[in-house]
Ligand binder design. Structure first.
Ligand SMILES: Nc1ncnc2c1ncn2[C@@H]1O[C@H](COP(=O)(O)OP(=O)(O)OP(=O)(O)O)[C@@H](O)[C@H]1O
Length: 383
């Protein structure tokens, strides 16, 4: 049955017209092994780095076709940029990507040391990704629970204006924050962590049309006008990407560090690198990279599949001289627990994923502590 589906998928792909006008993707051996489990199909397409953007609509269409097959509920197709001889594993950013990289901060932009801190909150940590859908929110919430398990007082602030997900991830969708008197709001609480989400305060449509400065003022309000009590760490789930809204946030929120989430594909890593560059520009230390959906262990056989080319993020971390926080497999349990509103660290605290998330949290924490030892942070002047 599974083999039939794989054959059908291959013949669908073979019939699709390629954007570069060349032969079909199957005969050009651009299609990876196809993995089908639990009604989901996963595979990657290896495309020439220069054609990566042109292949994006093809990728989307391939997912759509595969999802129409009987027995398939979800398709996940990843584009992997082909390595050129003599090039490092991640292809250089295409021209378009470079054009979109964040504008340099203005000369004399405030360095981290000069941003006003938030009373009662010891450290604010951003969880960010260069692009959407890589598992940033899943990582943020499980890391927050990992910090909690390390004995810290933790809050999570969902600043993802494009798709706030904390209410859903923490089963808080029908709750509204109450007033704590005056201008202050009481945060919600779930599994021992305090929670505030832009999604609890304004509709997604409103949040989405906000420009950078408005988002930052809403964020500042959520940080300063919420009765958090004392927090050791406030985890901020950032909006994906490296546009103006993200740059303004990175620049103006007093961040102690940033965790970058990426999947292993070269294209995702290009975006992750843009994220690192953005935080570096505004003098926010990178606590490390997490490789999400790194590999897949078949539940029936225990065989490990590296469908998206596991290991890219670790290599990128080494190249960028930032810590590698760990690799999280693609696992249905992680998604199902998230959908149920009980993140895996909470739902299966003794399981392997909870342990991995706690290890990542411990590594990020070590980075934060190391950074505090350098009491005088350099003031960077941008050209
Ligand atoms: N390691 C994993 N294994 C299986 N599923 C995962 C994993 N990480 C995330 N997912 C699933 O992938 C989807 C996207 O995850 P998530 O919402 O965390 O991504 P995101 O990067 O925050 O997305 P967005 O940018 O759209 O907010 C969700 O359905 C989530 O449950």
């Amino acid at each position: 049955m599974t083999d039939d589906i794989k054959t059908t998928i291959r013949s669908i792909l073979a019939d699709m017209k390629t954007p570069d006008g060349g032969a079909d993707v199957v005969s050009r051996k651009m299609v990876s092994d196809i993995f089908v489990a639990d009604g989901k199909a996963f595979f990657s397409l290896t495309v020439p780095a220069k054609d990566a953007e042109a292949f994006e609509p093809f990728r989307v269409e391939a997912e759509r076709y595969v999802e129409q097959l009987d027995g398939i509920t979800k398709a996940m197709v990843a584009l992997t940029a082909e390595k050129q001889a003599g090039q490092p594993s991640a292809a250089p950013a295409p021209i378009e990507a470079r054009r979109q990289s964040p504008p340099p901060a203005p000369r004399g932009a405030p360095a981290r040391a000069t941003k006003p801190g938030i009373p009662n909150i010891d450290k604010i940590v951003a969880v960010a990704s260069g692009k959407g859908g890589v598992g940033k929110s899943t990582t943020a919430v499980n890391l927050a629970l990992g910090f909690r398990d390390l004995g810290l007082k933790v809050g999570i602030l969902d600043a993802d204006i494009y798709g706030p997900s904390m209410p859903r991830l923490l089963s808080l969708t029908d709750r509204k924050p109450e007033s704590a008197g005056g201008r202050l709001l009481k945060p919600l609480e779930a599994y021992g962590i305090k929670v505030m989400s832009i999604g609890l305060l304004v509709s997604e449509e409103t949040a989405m049309v906000w420009r950078g400065p408005m988002v930052v003022s809403a964020l500042n309000q959520m940080m300063r006008e919420v009765e958090w009590g004392h927090l050791d760490i406030l985890v901020v789930d950032m909006p994906p990407g490296t546009g103006d809204a993200q740059l303004t946030m990175a620049q103006q929120v007093p961040l102690a560090g940033a965790v970058i989430v990426s999947t292993p594909q070269d294209l995702s890593l290009i975006d992750a690198r843009r994220g690192i560059t953005m935080f570096r520009k505004v003098d926010v230390p990178i606590l490390g990279i997490v490789e999400n959906m790194s590999y897949f262990i078949a539940p029936d056989t225990g065989t490990r599949y590296e469908i998206f080319g596991h290991g890219g993020a670790e290599a990128e971390a080494a190249k960028q001289d930032v810590p590698f926080l760990g690799a999280m497999p693609l696992d249905m349990h992680i998604r199902v627990r998230s959908d149920e509103g009980v993140p895996i660290v909470q739902a299966e605290p003794d399981g392997p994923h909870a342990e991995l998330y706690r290890d990542m949290a411990a590594r990020a924490l070590a980075g934060l502590e190391k950074d505090t030892q350098h009491t005088t942070s350099p003031t960077i002047v941008f050209d």
